[in-house]
Design a binder for this molecule. Structure first.
Ligand code: AHR
Length: 499
């Protein structure tokens, strides 16, 4: 019998809830007809935001939502999104989809959405097209105490006397690319200017620096070499990682296409290890924790319900459920290095949790994985291991690569053990025993399984509940033989005591 081991004496750290974060950009159908339908819409809404999405995000305890971009952040002027008579502007993405930005959703509306969900806002601030006073003034407007500054009074005039709670501020987005095509040194100097003003005005908020695109270790090395002289300015270091696959069909693919995405998902561990080695090398491991503030699969255009009208909207299958589970297990297992991660993006976009259009709104298999994993939030991560073998994958150049069949993580919180396991094999069902070292099972638990009818299975507006999780009871004896079907994700929750 193969085994999955939970090694309770080996504790990795606390899993910050923010690892289960989200991202909404003013792009395509994410904001308009995504989260926001307008107060007068026939679609059920709260203050103009889709009730379906609010309720579903509450159900998974969504901790944080990043906004307003992405690339869009680098052309965003927060003044356009407050008060009456908001201007219409060219969006970063207008040249791709000919849509202009109405600014109907701005600072007040977005924070309202977060408050309805119970999530914290994470603002990504512009550093490409403005001066450091821009972020200083946006902070002043949003966070100065009621009745103090002129901007706080303007906020009150616009309907909000008390300050907003915005604990996370990104200093730029992808400044190696859309954010100004800067060199790491030039960005680092600018980070120091912007972060100094931000720190001076509101020292307690987290300031997150723009980190690398995936494997760009040079960006990390060269940024840190300049930024390390001012370590107190850095509270986090953002990294973006997309699993690209513009080749195959998104809802009708073969095993090897599946395998490619599994391999790319596991590969994030390698990136974390190498970037972290630089962070440690520069002595910044207590300041520059990783914020993987964009991650997910990126397929070719036009596979979502809008047929390409919503930029970057893509359908989400069981393959994406496995990609999600492998990423979340990896984040858990590196929780001493990672303070936040944000799945890109929430709705009608890349690796989305929801697809929506008018009256229609469905949860994708990716959403259900977040639901399976939610009890990890705030738990103590325990090391896991398994001997369930590997799957061969023939890479694009024909090279033979391998990945583990089972991706696992475990945590304990308030006497409840959560173990999440993804079977990344597209064809092998795997029987295994769950072997728990250092904990005694002290009651009955439950097991929730997410599996489709085949690796390409997915939900649609016509069949919104084709792929949904199913929960069954499990006893201590039942842990001795569990079968995890191929291409599935399982969460086991069972009460335990320390031995
Ligand atoms: O998520 C879509 C885009 O991908 C974001 O705007 C950008 O930050 C990244 O390149």
């Amino acid at each position: 019998m193969k085994k999955v081991y939970v090694l309770a004496p080996s504790k990795i750290g606390t899993i910050k809830p923010e690892i289960y974060g989200h991202f909404t950009e003013h792009i395509g159908g994410v904001i308009y007809d995504g989260i926001y339908v307008g107060k007068d819409s026939p679609v059920e809404n709260v203050h103009g935001f889709r009730k379906f999405i609010i309720d579903k995000l509450k159900a998974i305890n969504a901790p944080v939502v990043r906004w307003p971009g992405g690339c869009y952040a680098e052309v965003y002027d927060w003044r356009d999104g407050v008060g009456e008579d908001r201007p219409t502007r060219i969006n970063w993405w207008t040249r791709h989809d000919k849509r202009y930005e109405s600014n109907e959703v701005g600072t007040h509306e977005f924070v309202d959405f977060c408050e309805l969900v119970g999530a914290k806002p994470y603002f990504a601030a512009n550093v490409t097209s403005v001066s450091p006073m821009h972020i200083r003034n946006w902070m002043d407007y949003t966070m100065s105490p009621a009745g103090t500054t002129t901007l706080a009074k303007e906020r009150e005039k616009n309907g909000r006397a008390e300050p907003f709670d915005i604990p996370y501020w990104g200093i730029g987005n992808e400044n190696w690319g859309g954010g100004g095509n800067m060199t790491p040194e030039y960005y680092a100097e600018n980070f120091r200017r912007f972060a100094t003003l931000a720190q001076n005005a509101f020292p307690d908020v987290k300031r997150i620096a723009c980190g690398p695109n995936a494997e760009d270790y040079e960006w990390t090395r060269r940024f840190l070499a300049v930024a390390r002289d001012c370590p107190s300015l850095i509270d986090g270091y953002a990294m973006h990682y997309y699993c690209w696959n513009l080749r195959d069909e998104v809802t009708s693919f073969e095993n090897n296409d599946w395998n490619r995405m599994m391999w790319l998902s596991y590969h994030i561990q390698y990136l974390i290890t190498r970037h972290w080695a630089y962070i440690q090398g520069y002595g910044l491991e207590n300041r520059a924790k990783l914020y993987v503030d964009e991650w997910g699969a990126w397929y070719k255009e036009g596979t979502g319900p809008s047929g390409g009208a919503n930029l970057y909207e893509q359908q989400s299958t069981m393959r994406d459920a496995l990609i999600t589970a492998i990423h979340l297990n990896t984040f858990n297992n590196n929780c001493e290095k990672i303070d936040m991660a944000n799945c890109a993006q929430l709705v009608n976009n890349l690796h989305c949790l929801f697809l929506a259009a008018g009256e229609n709104c469905i949860a994708t298999p990716t959403y259900h994985v977040f639901d399976l994993f939610k009890t990890h939030m705030g738990g103590t991560c325990l090391r896991t291991a398994n001997d369930a073998g590997t799957t061969d994958y023939h890479g694009i150049k024909g090279d033979l690569l391998k990945f583990d069949n089972l991706s696992t993580s475990a945590s304990v919180k308030d006497g409840m053990l959560t173990v999440t396991i993804a079977n990344a094999s597209p064809e092998q069902d795997i029987p295994f025993a769950l072997d728990i070292a250092g904990l005694d099972v002290c009651g009955d638990g439950e097991m929730t399984l997410l599996v489709g009818d085949g690796i390409c299975d997915h939900n649609t507006f016509e069949e919104p509940e084709r792929v949904v999780p199913k929960t069954t009871p499990i006893t201590a004896d039942g842990l001795a033989e569990i079968v995890i079907p191929h291409a599935s994700v399982v969460a086991i929750r069972i009460p335990v005591t320390e031995r």
